[in-house]
Design a protein around this ligand. Sequence first.
Ligand code: SRM
Ligand code: SF4
Length: 561
Amino acid sequence: MTEMTEKINRPENFSEVEGMKTASRGLRGDLSDQMENRVTGNVNEEGKQLIKFHGAYIQDNRDRRAERDAKKLEWAYSFMIRLRIPGGDVSAQQWLGLQESCNNKASGVIKITTRQTVQFHGVVKARMKPTMKDFDALGLDAISACGDVNRNVMTGSNPATARFHAEVHKYAQKISDHLLPQTKAYSEVWLDGEKLPDECETEADPLYQNRYLPRKFKIAVAIPPHNDVDVFMNDVGLIAVGEGKNFKGFNVAIGGGLGVTHGNEKTYPRRSDIIGFVTKDKVLDTCWQIAAVQRDYGNREDRKLARLKYTLDRLGLNFFVGELEKRLGFKMEPARNIPAFTHRGDAFGWVQDYKGLWYYTAFVESGRVIDENSYNIKSAMKEIAEADFCGFRFTGNQNVMFTYIEEIDKNKLDKILSRHGITIETMNPTRREAIACVALPTCPLALAEGQRYLPEFVTMVETLQGKHGILDRPITTRITGCPNGCGRSYLAEIGLVGKNPGKYVLRLGGDYEGERLNTVYLEEADETEILSVLDELMGKYANDRQGTESFGDYAQRTLFD
Ligand code: SRM
Ligand code: SF4
């Protein structure tokens, strides 16, 4: 350990969560007993932390707090469960099973997340085990979807990007499996698996040991020229490198992350650094060892400063890479030339892969699978799954792609979509590409609205685009209800970051390709102030833009450069 690391990582200063992890006997704690305790819908502090590693969070409906307080009742507690679906693929049968489970045991609204998986909200304690058993029966799980471990691994969704897309896509599953904790706690707590006797040692885990990582850890794989996973904001971003038809390996970027705490100057969003190239046979070990270096050097005293991005900036990239190469037993090759990224939004509508199969991406506003305003995506997905002629792929932009469709079935899909009002042709691209995080009412950290505000806000952005005659190209618009950045608003051309109810930090100047972080323009602004800035800037952009310059590039050039 370096002197710097010793100074910060003194066990007596470790955060409380560190103690909970090491004392948990492989993430078991007393979770089973807590789930049986029906006196409260809540769990204790240790339970709150441990259950994350099993893919779940305790929440309450914040809209109902006042009513519950007035009646002197406990808050309306329930759990959110996030599944682990590396690369976002499920079968039609799995989708039907998930939707049925969500209808019967949760809120009925499945949420597609910004990391290519799905969440259930509103699962009360008594329904937790039955819901986890539903997942298991479908061949799915929620292991490590949250917690201080490697999270759901993302991959570019669009099969038309490269001949080797299908081969690269499989790496999401491979990496996720390779970095999965060894503990059998999940099976024990949720699936009535065999109990580890009290006198027995917990399962040996060479990666996570008994301390796990200092903080969450995220990996995404991008396949140029499409950056639909926002590869540069992950702890590890892998960019697929090919030669013609052949897939060779990955350029590796480390140290991306977006979470910030308002008022804490030590926190910041960070774009990752490319550290070199590895061949495909070495990538699993590379990801494992990056996580292991972070395990050993990451900050375990202050969780706000525990992500890999801070470890890198504290120790220096050279030190980190040197340590990584020592453990790997080889030197990273220089990064290879790759095609430039061109966009991040999904490839809406039909695309074809190199084998001739078809894929259709449909828009799901903020990932909420719900029938609303004659746009009946929930019913459409049910009917498509029942017809059983394609798979489903969730995208990192919270949308759904219907996958592996034979030419002969294209018409069938078109008809079902049209019957349920699912169209992309008439929708403004800015709306299709907009993202918002969950925020209120379930997210305990939300300071302002997220997905509930997005439709209204996008309408106002579109109106301004129309006024200035710039509806010709989309403007990446993203809202998060707090500075944690779950909707990746730090990479948007127009980014709103919740600060107080109805008030947002306005960030401008991100690019369309997801290469550049945006910059704070207004520290705290309400809707009127935000729209006034956008109105003026769009007016100038309409008149002064250079060639095909994007709104984000124009904002960067004229406001910040
Ligand atoms: Fe997130 C915490 C929702 C993607 C950064 N995130 C949360 C929690 C669990 C709140 C909590 O800790 O109690 C939110 C649950 C809300 C709810 O009611 O469902 C939440 N995050 C989400 C999702 C569902 C947003 C969405 O609308 O799609 C995304 C789930 C992804 C998944 O399937 O795994 C989601 N979160 C992200 C992303 C984007 C990404 O990874 O591509 C980020 C920014 C990237 C990053 O990690 O740096 C992100 N979430 C955070 C953070 C800040 C982490 C940090 O380094 O500071 C927190 C808070 C924390 O960890 O303490 C957080
Ligand atoms: Fe909640 Fe904040 Fe994440 Fe939005 S950005 S889901 S408000 S933690």
